[in-house]
Design a protein around this ligand. Structure first.
Ligand code: ITT
Length: 191
């Protein structure tokens, strides 16, 4: 594999996402480069559709080969809300709003899902997904990460929230790490 073909741009406005993903792809020898990009979030239930649209738009407008990602937080007791609306709900209600909605219900199960789409300019996108199961904490804990990290405890962890973990610890469990591993395996095997 030649050097140039080992790199790909990650079109996102979220630097924290980029830092997590770049650590994963680096372990496969894939250099992820940061491409600041505000994706237009189309209304869709399926995160793959949202990520694919964003990847096509970014590849077309920036004339580059890119990946884009759409992720969401799905709370069982809220029938999967906020799901595909996570970005908007985080901005409006925030973690405290979700904790209020969940209240003191017994079933605190929740998941994060990520869809990563790879796209070359004027080509069809290809998507990779990842998921992690866990619980909504009773109160926010930790100052790392971003978004809903302070209120999410992964099932396979040691009881700490994502926001209490270092990047590599979160990457051992996260939806994003799983999706980017799948992408990186495909990317390295397909050239
Ligand atoms: P993009 O520019 O890549 O779109 P974004 O932050 O808007 O960045 P998404 O639309 O994919 O990203 O994510 C929706 C929201 O879901 C995001 O704002 C967070 O609040 C939440 N979220 C996604 N992944 C998360 C994670 O790993 N930890 C905590 N919250 C996460």
């Amino acid at each position: 594999m030649r050097g140039a073909s080992r790199s790909v741009y990650f079109a996102t406005k979220n630097k924290a996402k980029y830092l997590e993903a770049a650590r994963i792809t680096a372990t496969y020898g894939v250099h992820l480069r940061y491409l600041p990009f505000s994706k237009q979030e189309i209304q869709a239930e399926d995160l793959r559709e949202i990520a694919s649209f964003a990847a096509m738009e970014a590849a077309r407008s920036k004339v580059r080969t890119v990946v884009a990602e759409d992720a969401g937080f799905f709370v069982d007791a809220l029938k999967g809300f906020p799901g595909p609306y996570s970005s908007y709900v985080f901005k409006t209600l925030g973690t405290s709003g979700i904790l209020k909605l969940v209240g003191d219900v017994k079933n605190r199960k929740a998941s994060f899902l990520a869809a990563v789409s790879y796209c070359e300019p004027n080509r069809r996108p290809i998507s990779f997904t990842g998921t992690v199961r866990g619980l909504v904490s009773k109160k926010p804990k930790g100052s790392g990460g971003f978004g809903f990290d302070p209120i999410f405890i992964p099932s396979k962890g040691d009881g700490r929230t994502f926001a209490e973990m270092q990047i590599d610890e979160k990457n051992a469990f996260s939806h994003r790490a799983k999706a980017f591993r799948r992408f990186a395996r495909w990317f390295t095997s397909s050239r």
